[in-house]
Structures are given as structure tokens and as C-alpha cells.
Design a protein around this ligand. Structure first.
Ligand SMILES: Nc1ncnc2c1ncn2[C@@H]1O[C@H](COP(=O)(O)OP(=O)(O)OP(=O)(O)O)[C@@H](O)[C@H]1O
Length: 219
């Protein structure tokens, strides 16, 4: 479970205060995948980072009682001058997993050929996205944090393999996806929320959330 209690977060831009959350209280339960709809630039990444523990709230508390993933696309633990082979084996050891398994799983899923043994710093953004998604799927979490859906890749083979594995994982795991478009959430989530004026409005279904979101963004 992830529980936000009276959480406030804002950034000072030099001229104004950009409010992301204003005394927000909500909970993500294991077993109930949640989609959060919010327009670009309103705080999706900041909320996901707070859920992951990468960013601290200004006020309030965030409690985590499950194994929460790092956000999909987060490359913070990956060392650019090391290859995907070295990075995947190192991260496997950090999480107490078999390095041979994590390396071979990522090698198979990424499909980047000999680049898997080249420094990560030499990868294209698509290759980096595929590697970080492969790492996320190689490790086991109760709640997966995903910022804007799948990595920006046009590689159909990767999307097919990663999508199949993600769906298998979701039978047991829970996902939090933040996106500016409802279609990204449809694949993953049962319940949904809309971020508006620093508050998360929670709904039991995506349909209800879409009504408020479309009204706010188009109406
Ligand atoms: N460290 C920071 N200092 C100042 N402003 C920041 C900081 N981090 C984020 N912001 C601002 O807070 C707002 C929300 O940022 P965030 O990246 O969470 O939004 P987002 O909804 O994920 O955006 P996008 O959809 O464009 O990726 C933006 O206006 C951003 O410029």
C-alpha cells in the first residue's frame, strides 16, 4: 500500500509557486491498479517520484508498506560507463536475485544485440528505455510505477514481448500509471483519479474520471 496523508508539494519558480499537491490524502491499495490523469506539466512525474521515495513532500507523510518499484524510465541506478551486462548483474545483486537470470532476461527482452555489452552511455534513448523497462520487469515488485505508459519505442517486437510480460505481472501486481491521456490508462487500470488544483479526485472507474478530465481540459 502507498498512503499519502495531507501531502503538500510545490516548487518556487522565482516568480510564483507551482502547486503540485495541496494537502492531498489518498491511498493506493495492492490489487487495485490506479491511473492518474493530469495535463502535461501539472505534476505527474513529481507524484510518481514521491511514491517511489525519490522526492520528498514539503508537508505531510507518505507511507509505503509494499515493495514499490522505481519509476519506469528511471535510470538513476544505472551507470553510463558500464554495459547493460554489468549494470543488470550489479542491480540483481542489490535486490538479492540471481545475476545470471536478470542478465539473460534483460538481454532477451531488450533485443539490442551486441550493444548489451557496450557502455549504456552509447545507447539511443529508445535503447535506454528498453533496458530500463527490462530491468523493471526482471525484478519483482508489488506495485509498479509507470510514467506515461510504455517507453517511447517503435520496436514492435519489444512492445509485444514487454506487453505480454507486463500483463502476466499484473495478474499478481498492482500498477500506478500517470498520463495526460486516458487511452494509456485503459490497458492497465481499474480505478482512476484526476489531478486538479493540487488534489487527486478518486473514482472507481476510468469512465467517471474521464468525464471530469474531459470537462476540465476540453470543456
Ligand atoms: N525541481 C523543480 N524546481 C522547480 N520547478 C519544478 C521542479 N520539478 C518540477 N518542476 C515544475 O513542476 C511542474 C510539474 O513537473 P512534473 O515534471 O512533475 O510534471 P509532469 O506532469 O510530469 O510534466 P510532463 O507531462 O511535461 O512530463 C512543472 O511545471 C515543472 O516545471
Amino acid at each position: 500500500m502507498i498512503e499519502f496523508e495531507n501531502v503538500s508539494k510545490s516548487f518556487w519558480t522565482g516568480k510564483t509557486r507551482k502547486v503540485i499537491l495541496d494537502q492531498a490524502t489518498f491511498r493506493v491499495e495492492v490489487g487495485n491498479s490506479l491511473g492518474i490523469l493530469a495535463p502535461n506539466g501539472t505534476g505527474k512525474t513529481t507524484i510518481i517520484n514521491m511514491m517511489a521515495g525519490l522526492e520528498q513532500p514539503d508537508e505531510g507523510s507518505i507511507k509505503r508498506t509494499s515493495r514499490i518499484s522505481f519509476p519506469l524510465g528511471f535510470m538513476g541506478g544505472v551507470v553510463n560507463r558500464h554495459s547493460a551486462t554489468e549494470n543488470s548483474r550489479y542491480i540483481a545483486r542489490l535486490y538479492g536475485l540471481d545475476p545470471d537470470y536478470v542478465e539473460s532476461f534483460c538481454r532477451w527482452l531488450c533485443g539490442i544485440g551486441e550493444y548489451f555489452d557496450m557502455p549504456v552511455g552509447t545507447y539511443s534513448s529508445g535503447m535506454r528505455g528498453r533496458f530500463s523497462f527490462a530491468l523493471l520487469l526482471a525484478l519483482e515488485f508489488d506495485i509498479y510505477l509507470i510514467d506515461e505508459g510504455m517507453p517511447g519505442t517503435t520496436d514492435a517486437e519489444f512492445n509485444r514481448k514487454a506487453g505480454t510480460i507486463l500483463r502476466q505481472r499484473l495478474r499478481d501486481a498492482t500498477v500506478v500509471v500517470v498520463s495526460h491521456q486516458a487511452s494509456t490508462l485503459e490497458k492497465f487500470c481499474r480505478s482512476a483519479a484526476v489531478l486538479k488544483n493540487g488534489r487527486l479526485h478518486m473514482f472507481d472507474t476510468l469512465e467517471e474520471a474521464k468525464r471530469l478530465y474531459n470537462y476540465e481540459t476540453q470543456g
